[in-house]
Design a protein around this ligand. Structure first.
Ligand code: PYC
Length: 413
């Protein structure tokens, strides 16, 4: 809980605070242009200003603040990855998540509820043991648990051995959490704007300008902007914008659908994931069930929903929680995922000098927001890629040095 909330509660005085920043005029030049006003771009702007005093920054977005994947993900936070590079990176994110409400003086509804990744086969159990050991080695709390314990944590789950995919065990990750995704974007936006960053919505980048292999600015639907550095943070459109900058990314782009039910009486604390059943589910503080499954099996830049997805997801979810059969689905939507071959992100330098990327976030981008913002800001401000980001460099694909995280994806692919 933010300390300010406690203070206002005790003293009964609360000064109203403007969360969404006011519009500012678009200047013809900035030190830094950030393309994409999702949570990652806004977090980078916030840290540039707060940690490095770099405030001549414009964040541009073709739509509204947090209107892309930031507002379309299912808000799950965890650090129970498979590779040491991945675990180290997401562990830093967890540390930052815990302090964010206080830092913003604004409640992002961060809720540590635990995360269970179910295993339905011997090989899945082996992967869970592997992940638990790598996690613990790096100080991340994860342990393998067995069906009785799973049933205690998730009452109503079917642990009987007679199902299509009996539950043999799970990776239990107590720090697994959720947060209000819009609030995260608003918190970073307000913090960046308070420190002098300009946020320009409805401002679409149409081209990236360059000279002698170096970025010099961007062309937008509102005119040309000159700048010294650019950060591209446009989940779902990474290849399209990179093409404007003149390079290719090893990314294919697919939709990921999700849905939410009408509210139910609270019964489920942890986040439950089943890779074999292609389903994950958690319950919000209002009682709704947030559910999702596998990515759509075709490349597409559209965010429409399908009945086929909903039918498949419900059939699989009911195998885990048969008593939910009368629950009504309230709303369904999709986000657009930039998938990399090794299921790890691409961050850092590009073939175009002073043009940096924060991309390849597939189905795991929200949880990385704070660390990504902090470390991408550091990269731009110091012009040096920090060690924690180095494994995720674009050149790793040409160097045959991939960071294989498919075994830790919560979503079927
Ligand atoms: O990686 O935890 C995850 C996740 C959950 C839903 C989509 N991705």
């Amino acid at each position: 809980m933010p300390f300010s909330l406690l203070k206002h509660g005790l003293f009964g005085r609360q000064v109203p605070r403007r969360i969404i920043p006011p519009a500012t005029p678009l200047k013809s030049s900035y030190d830094v242009v950030i393309i994409g006003a999702g949570a990652h771009g806004l977090a980078a702007a916030y840290h540039l200003a707060k940690d490095h005093g770099v405030t001549d920054v414009a964040v541009l977005d073709k739509g509204y603040l947090g209107g892309g994947n930031t507002g379309r993900n299912t808000a799950i936070i965890r650090a129970n990855y498979l590779t040491p590079e991945g675990v180290r990176f997401y562990a830093e994110a967890l540390e930052l998540w815990r302090g964010l409400s206080n830092e913003f003086e604004f409640n992002i509804l961060y809720s540590e509820r635990g995360h269970l990744t179910l295993a339905h086969s011997d090989s899945a159990m082996r992967t869970m043991r592997w992940r638990a050991e790598v996690n613990k080695h790096l100080g991340v709390d994860s342990e393998v648990v067995y069906p009785d314990e799973i049933e205690r944590m998730a009452p109503g789950i079917d642990i009987s051995p007679n199902t299509r995919y009996p539950i043999l065990g799970a990776l239990h990750h107590p720090p697994g959490a959720t947060a209000r995704h819009d609030a995260v974007a608003w918190g970073y936006a307000a913090g960046a704007s308070d420190r002098g960053v300009d946020l320009h919505t409805n401002t679409e980048v149409l081209d990236v300008l360059q000279s002698n292999g170096r970025v010099t600015g961007v062309e937008t639907n509102r005119g040309r902007i000159r700048c010294r550095q650019v950060l591209q943070a446009v989940a779902g459109s990474s290849s399209v914008v990179a093409a404007m900058a003149g390079f290719r990314l090893p990314i294919h782009t697919v939709p990921l659908q999700a849905c939410v039910s009408l509210p139910l009486k609270p019964f489920l604390d942890p986040i439950i994931v089943s890779g074999s059943l292609h389903t994950y589910i958690w319950q919000t503080s209002r009682g709704e069930l947030v559910m999702g499954g596998a990515t759509d099996p075709y490349g597409l830049y559209a965010s429409r929903s399908s009945l086929e997805f909903k039918e498949g997801l419900m059939a699989n979810t009911l195998e885990l929680f048969p008593f939910l059969s009368e629950v009504t689905v309230l709303r369904q939507w999709a986000g657009i995922c930039d998938m990399t071959p090794d299921f790890s992100p691409v961050m850092g330098e590009t073939p175009l000098e002073n043009y940096y990327i924060d991309s390849g976030w597939g189905t795991w981008g929200f949880k990385a927001t704070p660390v990504c913002g902090r470390r991408m800001a550091e990269t731009l401000a110091t012009r040096r890629v920090p060690d924690i980001l180095r494994p995720f460099r674009l050149s790793r694909f040409a160097e045959f040095d991939q960071v294989g995280e498919k075994g830790a994806a919560s979503v079927g692919h």
